[in-house]
Design a binder for this molecule. Structure first.
Ligand SMILES: [Zn+2]
Length: 372
């Protein structure tokens, strides 16, 4: 290689000496050699890689006019030809660090960004559910009950309306709901010390649906009760649906998802260093949550087990869900739902994914994916 001209301030004299600098490849990185210019009396000196403070690599568009290389006790070098210095470094086998490559090359930066994004997504997919399940064990029932109270109040101010079912009909379903709960054996418990306060509430203003709120409140819509009646199905269909919702309560699915959102917000807040994003989250979340596939399977398995304990059939429940799925599919074909109408159509299918497939399994008496 061609040596590079440099000015050497040796730390003893204020006057710079003109020298030549050569870089030589070595196992731990390049070493630096100071050579005398012709006719000068500067002795040749060698600096090991670790004895040189290598200046940071610059971006291609921001080449500095002069670069300074510190030789620690032996003073500093000033070099007026940064490009020659950079070429010499590469020739001597210098490997830029990741941070330096990110500064100089966009593709590397984007690659690192992608890896970071995959890391965050994996945390979301696997880390958060795990952390949420651990934290949920310690969530007190009182917290769930107050969350549910707020959520239900919001829903009642929003699109839910009081039920128009007759008091007798409501009382009859309450009686069957309570009877079902008395048949629930302790083996069905998911969290050993968790004792939810079960209650059944009726509402209208929403499509055929039933949903479970944390702490034990199960809401059933008039439309669901009416759909079962129109389809000529016995109350076993509605009780089956309630068993499924009791499963969501016992497995604390909603609490787990709310906790997950919290874990995620805290995690992102810590990762991004933004404390304000560790914001309050609460009842508004509940309305936007749809259960996960795995949660649906767990609730189905729970329902099948509970219905068996109560000696009730699961076929009518499957028929009811299949009826809702078919009606919804027909509705979609005829008149695509407008955005503004979606709230009033919000029903079973929007909060319970894969209904048709699961209902067909229930109908066939299969309970695939259940732990025995
Ligand atoms: Zn469900």
């Amino acid at each position: 290689m061609t040596p590079i001209r440099a000015r050497w301030f040796n730390g003893q004299s204020s006057r710079a000496q003109d020298v030549l600098v050569a870089l030589q490849a070595g196992p731990k990185g390049p070493s630096l050699h100071l050579l005398a210019l012709d006719g000068d009396r500067v002795p040749t000196r060698r600096f090991a890689h670790a004895d040189v403070e290598w200046p940071p690599v610059w971006s291609r568009h921001r080449t500095p006019a002069v670069i300074t290389v510190s030789l620690n006790n032996a003073g500093t070098l000033e070099i007026d030809t940064p490009q020659a210095w950079q070429d010499a470094l590469l020739e001597a086998g210098a490997r830029p660090s990741l941070a330096q490559r990110m500064q100089t090359h966009w593709p590397v930066f984007l690659g690192v960004l992608l890896v970071a994004a995959i890391g965050v997504l994996s945390f979301y997919r696997y880390g958060t559910p795990w952390a949420a399940a651990q934290i949920t064990r310690h969530v007190p029932l009182s917290w769930e009950l107050s969350l549910t109270e707020q959520a239900l109040a919001q829903l009642d101010q929003g699109y839910l309306k009081p039920s128009k079912l007759s008091p007798e009909r409501q009382a009859e379903l309450h009686r069957q709901f309570d009877a079902l709960l008395t048949r629930m054996s302790p083996e069905l418990a998911r969290y050993p010390s968790y004792a939810p306060r079960f209650s059944l509430a009726f509402r209208s203003g929403m499509g055929a649906n039933a949903f479970a709120l944390p702490g034990g409140t199960v809401v059933m819509t008039d439309a669901l009760v009416e759909t079962a009646a129109k389809s000529g199905l016995s109350d076993d269909a509605l009780i089956g649906v309630l068993a499924h919702e009791i499963g969501h309560v016992v497995h604390r699915h909603t609490t787990r998802m709310v906790v997950e959102q919290g874990v995620l917000q805290v995690g992102l807040g810590l990762a991004l260093g933004d404390v304000s994003s560790i914001a309050s989250f609460g009842s508004t979340l509940l309305t936007g949550l749809a259960y996960r596939r795995q949660h649906e399977t767990e609730a189905d398995c729970f329902a099948v087990a509970l219905m068996q304990q109560a000696q009730l059939p699961t076929g009518p429940m499957a028929d009811l869900l299949l009826g809702i799925a078919s009606a919804r599919e027909g509705q979609r074909k005829d008149q695509p739902t407008k955005k503004a109408e979606r709230g009033s159509f919000a029903g079973w299918l929007s909060s319970h994914p894969d209904t048709r497939q699961r209902a067909e399994q229930l109908k066939a008496g299969q309970t695939a994916g259940c732990k025995s």
